[in-house]
Unconditional design. Sequence first.
Length: 246
Amino acid sequence: MSYKVKLEIFEGPFDLLVYLIESSEMSIYDIRISEITGQYLEYISEYESRDTELSAEFLVLAATLIEIKSKMLIPGKEKELEEPEMEDPRKGLVEKLIEYKKFKQIAEILDQKEDTCLNRWYKPQEDLADYNNNGAFDVLVVDPDKFIETFKLFIEKRKKVEDIQRHYDNSAKARDRVGIRDKIKVIKQYLKDCKKISFGEIMADCEDKYEIAVTFVAMLEMMKSGYIIVKQKTNFGEIFLEGINK
């Protein structure tokens, strides 16, 4: 790997040469070679006087500029006689400078993208193997047929509750029918005689579905008010009511 000398803000001979051309407001396609050569030699001479070691690349370009300058100084008539089809001596240098500027612009774009990416923070992927192995994420497996059957039962029960509620709403208008407050008093009387009673025992005295619904609503109201505790050991099992002393 070759060692590159950095002169002030310049890295390499072409960096210095492009700076001199742009500072002199010259076109890269029409370089005033005599002026640029003088500026270039003056610049590297200044660093040589400071005992600063120049890389061979700077000296090679200096020799190239001097060679191009000498060719440009050949009288026109003699050039035409010796090399009638001679091309512009600056052509090769111009092509290299254009290529250098193109890659320098690409390098600047990549530097900007690097700076942008360095300002981004990414959350590392977490290892969830321990959680998965311990069964933290349980997957509920449901038989589609049983699910459909259960859903149908739910719809049927909901329909029955709606029918009871509708019957209750229609019947509540009748003054001669027992009300929720009356049923609450009856349940309190039951619990006064014994601390615990089943819902089935309370419903035994009910005459029709309407009274059963009223009794059930009275039980819910007492639960809400904190007068009783309702317990049921299994689904669809017997419901027991226990009184709470207040």
